[in-house]
Write a protein that binds this ligand. Structure first.
Ligand code: SAM
Length: 352
């Protein structure tokens, strides 16, 4: 298993006009995460306080047309090949189907996915598929409705399970599940969550809890590490995945004796963002719901594309600004650096 693999030799120069979203360390971003809203209908304790947050004023949020234009610039001029819609909760964005359809009409056609809490997905899965969405990641941290309510401050567990089933029926596959484990809350559920995923043909990904909560309560000593997660899955006898991880954030393992919905060997993934960072292979660029480019989840700076859009900039000028934003991407997220500062925006306003 590879440990930290940060690029160390910066090249000289600057973002190349007409080129892709390259940075000084030789990485090229091709995977765009688009946050469609900072609002959410759950209140996951590791993400935002029960009372919610001060939401972004509507006029600051990009319009559907502005989102569509920026995705077009990213795909047609900057080499983006994958677009993931996220938030906040992307399913509550009114224009979602229209935005997905516009992205699906681009050439070359990007791969399209959504990260969602699954509420409303039962109803939206088929229209999303018809609009051109390829697949979904659904967040589910527990199999217990009572724990779900404790964790999210909402009694919507059944809706999430229905959303998962609806996604599979609509062909939004592979359906992936994102799970964050917290010590003393749900860290006893890893084996059961994996069994649930295997039995339903979903692909489970555990994500290490990151310092991106609005409450700034994250504590490294309290987080459930990738090593602890793998230890709790030991009874499954996981085997190293022979397929290369590439730029994917998850390290994956094969689960002997199980196949996935496509009849392939079943896998489970662990995204060790904190203890096993993968910054050296990062290929992501992020667009917030108010039109700011972030070159890293943990970036403390942003580049304003909304101002350019609304100021009448051409597509070429927008593309150049995006390239410049990515050129400044740091080698690593720096969580282990004593000078690390949690970004001002919480995960819900960045787009996870
Ligand atoms: N609302 C959607 C959802 O629940 O999937 C999309 C946005 S949510 C911010 C995206 C993912 O980020 C979810 O899987 C959530 O569990 C995860 N997440 C949120 N805060 C996190 C944190 N502090 N550390 C790790 N993952 C986090």
């Amino acid at each position: 298993m590879t440990e930290l693999a940060l690029p160390t030799v910066p090249t000289r120069g600057s973002a190349r006009a007409g080129g892709p979203l390259a940075d000084r360390f030789g990485r090229v971003a091709t995977d765009l995460r688009v946050s469609l809203t900072d609002r959410c209908n759950l209140r996951c304790t590791y993400c935002m306080p029960e009372e919610g947050l001060a939401w972004m004023p509507r006029e600051q949020q990009l319009t559907d047309g502005e989102v569509e234009r920026l995705i077009r610039v990213a795909v047609e001029r900057l080499g983006v090949t994958e677009v993931r819609f996220t938030g906040g909760e992307p399913l509550i964005r009114r224009g979602l189907l229209k935005i997905v359809a516009a992205a699906a009409a681009l050439q070359p056609r990007p791969k399209l996915s959504v990260t969602t809490n699954g509420i409303g997905l039962e109803r939206l899965a088929r229209p999303l598929r018809e609009a051109g969405l390829d697949r979904v990641n659904v967040s589910l941290d527990t199999l217990s409705p009572a724990r779900f309510e404790q964790l999210t401050h909402r009694d919507r567990h059944a809706d999430v399970l229905k959303g998962l089933a609806g996604a599979a029926t609509a062909g939004l596959t592979p359906v992936k599940i994102n799970t964050v484990l917290m010590r003393g809350i749900n860290d006893d559920e890893a084996p059961a969550l994996l069994r649930f995923a295997l039995e339903h043909g979903y692909e489970l990904r555990f994500i290490e809890q990151m310092p991106l909560d609005a409450q700034h309560k994250w504590d490294r000593h309290e987080m459930v590490t990738a090593a602890a997660i793998l230890e709790s899955l030991a009874p499954y006898g996981l085997l190293p995945d022979p397929v290369s991880r590439g730029t994917a954030p998850a390290e994956t393992w094969l689960v002997p004796g199980y196949v996935d919905a496509a009849g392939q060997p079943a896998r489970v993934g662990v995204i060790g963002s904190v203890t096993r960072p993968f910054c050296g292979d990062c290929d992501r660029t992020r667009l917030t719901a108010d039109g700011q480019v972030r070159n890293c989840l943990f970036a403390t700076g942003e580049s304003d594309l909304r101002g350019l859009l609304r100021g009448g900039a051409t597509d070429d000028e927008i593309a150049d600004a995006w390239r410049a934003a990515m050129w400044g991407k740091k080698a690593g997220h720096g969580i282990d650096d004593p000078t690390f500062l949690q970004p001002a925006r919480p995960m819900s306003a960045i787009g996870g």
